[in-house]
Design a binder for this molecule. Sequence first.
Ligand code: SAH
Length: 344
Amino acid sequence: MMYLYDPTFDELSAWMDEHGQPAYRTAQIFRWLARGVASYDAMTDLSKDLRAKLSADFRLDGLVLERRLVSADDGTTKYVYRLHDGNVIESVLMKYHHGYSVCISSQAGCRMGCTFCASTGAGFGRDLTSGEMLAQVALIGADCGTRISNVVVMGIGEPFDNYANLVRFLRLANDERGLGIGMRHISVSTCGCVPQMIDFTEEGLPVTLSVSLHAPNDEIRRRLMPIARTYPIDRLLDACRRHVERTGRRISFEYSLFAGVNDRPEHARELARRLRGLQCHVNLIPANEFAGGQYKRPRAEDVRTFQEILVGEGINATVRRELGTDIEAACGQLRRRLEEAETD
Ligand code: SAH
């Protein structure tokens, strides 16, 4: 059974047609979905009969709020949702001066196996559907009562390992009849699945592409990220150059700094050489530690030196502001799984 958040406007219109319903019903439902509706009872402007027919074909309990944790430091909120089949995912609401941003998960768990990421330890459940991605944004918008202006696909999972649903989600989220989130206000982050990056470039969607680089060379990158064994850094950067050339949009690199592993001045200089001439921005992320993790946070002065070297070499680089560390909502700290959620 599909989640009511899954069908596109055209697909739902076709369903209405088959069930002898007027076309405007689809627009009505899309407005409800944009408001984060979670039960058929709430949709009071639809007849009981139509609601019963809909509920026979589409579930509305796809995401059930399990826990909400608010950071005492900065108001960042982590949402834990249970999916209809028992899988559990996490999403994060962040407040910036320019608006509200939601970080969504694209899979329940992850298969990529990055050695520094807590999501890896949680194993892999399954891909999320486009509707399960969309509902994270809509439900959080409803919960906080504010319009969500930005979406980042940087939570649990590798979005390009769930490519078709990701692209479907981006079109759904962008649909003016629903949430209407501007493509330019959406970022997608990948660990570097090169073939899908190339497809994504051809898709021509004006979202920001972020690439988790984390190393200036293959030797270090392979220690951190198994995907680097499949796609060497040169191939990855070729795909990045191609993306910039084809879309005219600059690419964003995430570079998490792990003390003693990839945070030395020589690493910064090697990185600068590699990125020279590529229209990009580097986001430096001091490692987020978590129980059982093997990497340590770099010293603040090492982060600053790393940034200064990049900037000195003409590479745009900023240090990402950390949000929600106290509730384990920061990069790489999301890892909820069914078993864990049940025990706390
Ligand atoms: N699979 C996607 C989406 C995850 S995004 C990707 O790899 O890009 C989350 C970002 O946080 C990625 O850049 C990821 O590499 C980074 N990250 C994961 N664990 C981290 C940790 N412990 N400290 C700092 N950054 C981490």
